[in-house]
Design a binder for this molecule. Sequence first.
Ligand SMILES: [Ca+2]
Length: 316
Amino acid sequence: MSAYYHPRADADAICNALVALSNEDADRVACLLTVATVSMKLPWYQRYRLADYSKVKHGDVLLLIRGHTDGELQEALLAMFQPAAERDAEYIHDALNRIGTDESTLGEVICSCSPYELEAIGAAYEDKYGRPLVDDVKGDLGGHMEDLVVKLLTVPRKAPCVDQAAAECLAEELYKAGEGRWGTNEGKFIEILTTESFPQLCAVFEAYKARHGRSVVEAVAEEIHGKLGYLLKTLCHQIQDPAKAAAYVIHKATKGMGTKKGALVRNILCKVDTDLHQIAATFESEYGESLQHRLAGESQICDDLKLLLEAAIKTA
Ligand SMILES: [Ca+2]
């Protein structure tokens, strides 16, 4: 994409299509496809420029989305035009403020981030809601879930260098905390997975597999169940390969209890200009089914959202 991108033509196309969505005589699918194809071919920062430019000529594109769409479609389109950290801060805020905190969404967003992304989300959250994110998390989750999320938000990871001897020791600590004992020491898994650097943890995972024949993800699946197990598996995938974490979250969202629309928007739609191509390939190799096929069988998302998700997969 040229550095001299001028958003005029794209802004005209998107804004006119959004306005036409309110017109009963307009071809709804064609309008949605215009919004999808025009916005998805742009990297995020150009979508931002388009939104900025549209304010002058058409009115704020975000206001047009709010005015001419609703429900799942509106949420999905707004998410596409927001900076990632701001959007994730909103997902987390919504999850915390639901009656009975939505721990899976909260944890899944926080566990499928790089340390850098997590820092950006924390800053966006504080900026938007006037309080440190960790203050809102404390006392809300309780138990190991809270311990995991608070540590991810507050404990700086060690410097990203690999120490092979230390990796062997850490692999043994994980074994003794899980497969090598009666019951499970969940706290030890949380401590190691939240404090060591990602490269060091990859070395730990290799050492574990070499010595015990199983992966750490398999050990977590065996030892730790429920939401904590889900989040720790997401984190292990994220440490090894962000596309694997995204594919896993999509898999759980479509095969778990009910479709979590936010997970699909965040991991498919909002990754269209970054790693959706890789996520789709990883999904197919991990779960033996194409992402398109999985979504086609999904009955709990509205047709409009399905159309956007399919357009994203085709574009990537
Ligand atoms: Ca055990």
